[in-house]
Design a protein around this ligand. Sequence first.
Ligand SMILES: C[S@@+](CC[C@H](N)C(=O)[O-])C[C@H]1O[C@@H](n2cnc3c(N)ncnc32)[C@H](O)[C@@H]1O
Length: 315
Amino acid sequence: MTEHVPVLLDRIVELFTPVFADRDGVLVDATVGLGGHSDALLEAFPRLRLVALDRDPAALEKSRERLARHGDRVDFVHTVYDGLPEALRSVGLSHADGILFDLGVSSMQLDRTERGFAYAKDSPLDMRMDPTTGFTAADVLNTYAPGELVRILRDYGEERFAQRIVKSVVKAREQEPFTTSGRLVELLYDAVPAATRRTGGHPAKRTFQALRIEVNGELEVLRRAMPAALGALKVGGRIVVESYQSLEDRLVKQALAELAKSRTPEGLPVELPGHGPELKLLTRGAEKAGEEEIERNPRAASVRLRAAERIGEPR
Ligand SMILES: C[S@@+](CC[C@H](N)C(=O)[O-])C[C@H]1O[C@@H](n2cnc3c(N)ncnc32)[C@H](O)[C@@H]1O
């Protein structure tokens, strides 16, 4: 089993140091996963209290084991991260001094064949981060109208051959519904032109990404989660977000930029003194991992990190 190596860990510790060094404070790890970032942050800041969220019960179980050595400094909440304010309230808190999002799937989710995230292995077409609820990737493939499928592949997978793929999918599902990834991967090999296969990565990559985003409602959840999280951040508190896809990074960038503008009391953007912004951006553009980290941890190659500090009360 591959170990999940936390991405840009030193930079994250550095960004949270002014908030948590030698001080009591609450950090929400909105995507605790296997607890890699959380473990290191609890170690670095001995007075930190952590609220750990994940929508995947298996991830919560793993991180609970890993973080047990920190005792009652950690609370775990099974939730989708747009429920962050309610999660805080469920453990008796209203605001946080720090919030961390490390978006996407963990190595554990990719490794567990039965979860259906990996196209390299033949597995059930599931892809739910929370297998206790919702619909599967097979449901999407077998029941969505062709036009909807094309939209999903284009919007969430940025797939150029969406029309061609969906035509093959519809033909195939009329014969027999999809149940496993192997049949879909085979179909994608035939549907994506050979020339693109050589240059555009694995022919299943974009379709699998699109299905995963649809099954988990990833972009809609993130769109709701950013304002919910920023509203729960104390003045002086910091938020750090790591994205691995341009679609997610764009949403994060917009949400942070919006609150970093000065505003009139009515909420309209202005450039006048006395109408300060809510947020100060701590990163110029998005930060990336260095070559050395990418060498050690290939997952770091696509990371985009953005961070901000709350400098004014929410309006
Ligand atoms: C990249 S992993 C986090 C890894 C973690 N930082 C570590 O160091 O071990 C992302 C985690 O976020 C969870 N996740 C993804 N989307 C979520 C959502 N909308 N709500 C809650 N958890 C989510 C996934 O289940 C996964 O466990």
